[in-house]
Design a protein around this ligand. Structure first.
Ligand SMILES: CC(C)=CCC/C(C)=C/CC/C(C)=C/COP(=O)(O)OP(=O)(O)O
Length: 355
């Protein structure tokens, strides 16, 4: 991401597109393969979410301050709210790393006035589709920070709380996408099907991240999303989730979480089979994260213990490229077959020409 060359509160769509490339692998790919106007709408909707996510994950901000800053952000995003984005920028200022030490996430927070100014240039229907899910996400994040204020980081208690967390973090994004896609000429039955499955798509992606990122979430953000109750069933204390002596027991909970993620695959696929390709939407944009989730679940099945170490669970670059290539041509009819193939074999190997 290049340095800022615009005035603080001027719109700068190009900067926003560059920023997404720096902060999210998923949305970097997605925004790249969407067409306009959807590409810019998703780009800006995502950045509005990302500002809140960075504040929520910031271990150096005391929880009471974090909640207050998130509430100011919420008011600034709400067109009927009591604050402006400049108020949020001022409130978060003392928590921003020095400019030279700012990573891309914090550069996005620092540039929130640019993001909001650019967002305000979108057509009104797009803004109306994006704002409510963003507000719901920010409210949910503030609630979670407040609820776990005493623990110094998030400590998810049981499956219901995990589901609720994933809803705020990603189910809301599914609703945002659906609001954008169901503007205009979409039949009632089709719109209903999309609304029934959008949250589940988000839950799938978030639960895959929860399953594979246990080590990083704990060591970098002091968050444990594996439910305390599930760890307790294995005799593991949540604060000892990555201790080497608990490796096998914690791995069984990673397994259980990945199984829970698998329960949302059918709905996510139904979403892909139903979604309209209007407003610049493309199959490719959402087929890629779906198939990458299928591949990551395959890797998790064979080595859940790696989610508990620095090694982590990732699919190879070769497979990512092969999935991106096939998703470009994948019609709705080929999704079920692709899913089955990738659930069993890394895709680049499955399509290797035979010797
Ligand atoms: C209806 C529909 C298509 C729903 C899906 C909604 C969706 C894409 C939710 C985002 C979920 C998610 C975990 C993104 C990746 O994380 P990240 O952006 O933090 O970064 P990473 O990709 O670099 O891990």
């Amino acid at each position: 991401m290049s340095g800022r060359e615009h005035d603080t509160a001027d719109p700068d769509l190009e900067w926003c597109h560059e920023a997404v490339q720096g902060v999210s692998r998923t949305f970097a790919l997605t925004v790249d393969v969407l067409e306009e106007p959807m590409a810019s709408q998703i780009c800006l909707g995502y950045l509005l979410c990302r500002v809140a996510d960075t504040v929520e994950d910031a271990g150096h901000i005391p929880p009471a301050e974090q909640t207050a800053v998130l509430e100011t952000y919420r008011e600034a995003i709400d067109p009927d709210g009591d604050a402006e984005i400049g108020d949020f920028r001022a409130a978060v200022d003392e928590w921003l790393p020095a400019p030279a030490e700012r990573d891309e996430d914090w550069a996005v927070v620092a540039e929130s006035p640019t993001i909001v100014a650019t967002f305000e240039d979108l057509e009104p229907e797009a803004r109306e589709a994006i704002v409510p899910p963003v507000l719901e996400m920010v409210d949910g994040m503030a609630m979670f920070v407040d609820r776990h204020a005493e623990e110094g980081g998030l400590r998810i208690d049981d499956r219901d709380e995990l589901e609720q967390y994933c809803y705020y973090a990603a189910g809301t994004v599914g609703n945002l996408i659906t609001n954008l896609l169901t503007r205009g000429e979409v039949g009632e039955a089709r719109a209903r099907r999309l609304r029934e499955t959008a949250e589940e798509f988000g839950l799938l992606l978030q639960l895959v991240n929860v399953s594979k990122d246990v080590y990083d979430d704990f060591t970098e953000e002091n968050n444990v999303y594996l439910p305390a109750k599930w760890l307790e069933d294995e005799g593991v204390d949540q604060d000892a989730v990555i201790d080497p002596e608990n490796r096998e027991s914690s791995a069984r909970v990673v397994d259980r979480t990945a199984d829970y993620a698998r329960s949302f695959l059918d709905d996510a696929q139904a979403y892909l089979e139903t979604m309209p390709l209007s407003h610049g939407n493309t199959m490719e944009a959402w087929t890629v994260p779906y198939l990458l989730a299928v591949g990551t679940l395959r890797e998790l099945r064979s080595r859940p213990e790696d989610a508990l170490t620095e090694r982590g669970v990732k699919i190879s670059r070769e497979e990512v490229f092969a999935v991106m290539a096939v998703a470009g041509d994948a019609g709705r009819d080929s999704l079920a077959d692709l899913r089955e193939t990738i659930a069993n074999t890394p895709y680049h190997r499955a399509v290797e020409p035979a010797d």
